[in-house]
Design a protein around this ligand. Structure first.
Ligand SMILES: [Zn+2]
Ligand SMILES: [Zn+2]
Length: 88
């Protein structure tokens, strides 16, 4: 009976390491993905907020979609009028 005790402990430790290793990797990968891709804020724009979505490269002003960042800045007072687009 006394011989089986250390063997049981060794198996228990091995199982613990096997379970802990994948969990550690998963949490590191998730944090890296969050840092690489900017968060999509299109939902906020659709709800009426003035936002520029860095993830989709589109902006929203008063709930309207703006595809040009310079136009978005001009409409929100963050920059001069856009010269790239012909505004009607
Ligand atoms: Zn978006
Ligand atoms: Zn423009």
């Amino acid at each position: 009976m006394t011989r089986s005790f250390p063997l049981f402990l060794a198996l228990f430790l091995c199982a613990g390491l096997l379970l802990a290793a994948p969990l550690g990797c998963a949490s590191k990968q998730a944090a890296g993905d969050d840092a690489a891709a900017p968060a999509c804020v299109c939902e906020k724009g659709k709800q009426g907020e003035n936002v520029w979505c860095e993830s989709c490269k589109v902006g929203y002003v008063d709930g309207k979609k703006v595809k040009c960042q310079d136009c978005y800045k001009a409409k929100t007072g963050q920059g001069p009028a856009c010269t790239k687009c012909k505004q009607s």
